[in-house]
Design a binder for this molecule. Sequence first.
Ligand SMILES: [Zn+2]
Length: 75
Amino acid sequence: MTCAACGRGETRLSTTTIVLENGPGSIIFRGVPANVCQSCGEEFVEDRVALELIKRTQAAAASGANQQTLDYAAG
Ligand SMILES: [Zn+2]
């Protein structure tokens, strides 16, 4: 699809690393599927993927872990 950020580039399905704030710490997700613009580098994550990340961040927060690195695919 055409990039919604720059309007010129084409996006391609790839994987990225996303960091979500979790109170005093942060959760780092690796291997997150995202459409990445080949021109400007903007990353577009699907809603269901974003929701999954939020869900897992909340689960990690509930377990008391402030700083974690998680593999999305391991999920
Ligand atoms: Zn772009």
